[in-house]
Design a protein around this ligand. Structure first.
Ligand code: NAG
Ligand code: NAG
Length: 496
């Protein structure tokens, strides 16, 4: 999950963490409608709520301060509903609440989550951030998960060109199948719209004489609708999730594709991505061949995306791809391996994907050659010797991830040299650097989003990101402190 969210962020999401703003004193003295929760009472309190909204905030965050009066006003209005909707907040910056923040995958502030049924269902708050907007969004969220379609107008107001709509057609709104449909709608309401009707004739597509019970899923791509008559809840969930993924997910700058890109990355499948210039003459040929292949592997644990080069810079950096390799296919499997076919032609796609499926294609790991001498004070680490030098050496390793073009890295280089020289007679310490643009790095261990990124791996195996000053003294001091004692988890805490 964490990895897939990281991927999504590469493609789309702009992080909302803002710079630090000095905290002002608490102002309001009057009754607060927003409930304060922390690690000690969060679980118990949430367990009692059918629906609760939780804001994760940080005291220094400007957007959180802007939201606070709106959120409070919304809370006071929502407290008068029957049943009331509770708004709560958690200071995610507070050390003891950090477990909660990581459990809910909080990456920016403020983040609002809707928790249902005692916290067993969690969804993203996707509504506006002003008091009236919050109120009307939550009124809708606290209402029924599925909307009754009574007329053709009702139907056309919910079937649209950009989203998925799931409609249950029933001879009557009762019975086990109807109940199961309702359960489905409750479970997936954050991500899809649901409707139910007694009359299939009102629906824009599909067999209009069907009496049901059946579930008809409308989608803005591929075959446009699909029916199912299975009513076992998990089967329904699977049906909705699988049929709502396009055969080929498109990715370019058009935001209407983005929800599907998110689904693509959240899927458990291996992921095939074809990158090319959407404006190129060969686009149609690629599209049709790729689509055929995707069709052929449907339901076989492999999902397909086609990305426009222009919008895919993040992915290119992540995978270490180069524009001259385009058109190219990358397949990333769930164990993090990747397989690459650069400069592919439309007619080669099918056979290459088959070879991949047959296990004939070798995984691709980008690495510079292992340096022969490596006799400079700062050791050169590449993908192929990273395991040996950093993890298997049993030493304390201070490692810089750099990019050749990065100015801050150039400034750091002589400092790192001096640090390395000062440890030259210390056999237990290695100062090293890795060109992260030319080597694959284990992303599950090293979170490298900018350059230079500095890590320390102690001889006992702790891996810590170094956020301290980039001076000789600070780095030496840090290494000495962290090699000897049990490493602290968060070096930043000491500075606050
Ligand atoms: C949870 O605990 C915090 C800290 O003790 C307190 O301020 C808050 O009012 C409590 N919330 C509830 C709902 O009990
Ligand atoms: C309704 O769902 C439950 C739980 O998944 C399942 O056991 C039951 O067979 C379903 N009922 C029908 C009529 O499919």
């Amino acid at each position: 999950m964490a990895l897939s969210s990281f991927w999504v962020s590469l493609f789309i999401i702009v992080f909302t963490i803002t710079g630090s703003i000095p905290a002002t004193a608490e102002d309001s003295e009057s009754k607060e409608f927003v409930v304060t929760l922390d690690h000690s009472n969060f679980t118990d309190f949430v367990a009692k709520q059918k629906l609760i909204v939780v804001e994760f905030y940080a005291p220094w965050c400007g957007h959180c301060k802007k939201l606070a009066p709106e959120y409070e006003k919304a809370a006071s209005i929502l407290s008068t509903l029957d049943p009331p909707v509770v708004l709560a907040k958690v200071d995610a910056n507070e050390e003891q609440n950090k477990v909660l923040a990581s459990e809910y995958e909080i990456r920016g502030f403020p983040t609002l989550k809707i928790l249902r049924y005692g916290g067993s269902v969690v969804q993203e708050f996707k509504g506006p951030r002003d008091a009236d907007g919050i109120v009307s969004y939550l009124k809708k969220q606290s209402g029924p998960a599925s909307f009754e379609i009574k007329s053709a107008e009702d139907a056309s107001s919910v079937v649209d060109e950009e989203k998925i709509l799931v409609v249950g057609v029933f001879p009557e709104f009762s019975g086990e199948k109807f109940d199961n449909f309702t359960t489905l709608a409750e479970r997936l309401r954050a991500d899809y719209e649901f409707g139910h009707t007694l009359d299939a004739k009102l629906l824009p597509r599909g067999d209009s004489s069907a009496a049901g019970p059946l579930v008809r899923l409308f989608k803005p791509f591929d075959e446009l609708f699909v029916d199912s008559q299975e009513f076992e809840v998990d089967t329904l969930v699977k049906f909705v999730e699988e049929t709502s993924i396009p055969t080929v997910t498109l990715f370019n700058k058009d935001p209407k594709h983005h929800p599907f890109v998110i689904k693509f990355f959240n899927s458990q499948d291996a992921k095939a991505m074809l990158f090319l210039n959407f404006g190129s003459e060969q686009f149609e040929a690629f599209k049709s061949k790729y689509h055929d292949v995707a069709q052929q592997y449907k339901g076989k644990d492999l999902s397909f995306l086609m990305g426009d080069l222009e919008a895919s810079q993040g992915a290119f950096q992540y995978f270490g791809l180069k524009e001259e390799q385009v058109p190219l296919i990358v397949i990333q499997t769930n164990d993090g391996q990747k397989y690459l076919k650069p400069n592919v032609e439309p007619d080669q796609i099918a056979s290459w994907v088959k070879d991949f499926k047959d296990g004939i294609v070798q995984p691709f790991k980008k690495s510079e050659p292992i340096p022969e001498a490596n006799s400079e004070p700062v050791k050169v680490v590449v993908a192929d010797n990273l395991q040996d030098i950093v993890f298997n050496s049993g030493k304390n390793v201070f490692l810089e991830f750099y990019a050749p073009w990065c100015g801050h890295c150039k400034k750091l280089a002589p400092i790192l040299d001096e640090v390395a020289v000062s440890f030259e007679n210390d056999a237990d310490v290695i100062i090293a650097k890795l060109d992260a643009t030319a080597n694959d790095i284990p992303r599950e261990t090293f979170d490298v989003k900018g350059y230079p990124t500095l890590y320390f791996k102690s001889s006992t195996g702790n891996v810590l990101q170094y956020d301290g000053d980039r001076t000789k003294e600070a780095i030496i001091d840090y290494i000495q402190k962290n090699r000897a004692t049990v490493a602290k988890e968060d070096s930043r805490k000491e500075e606050l």
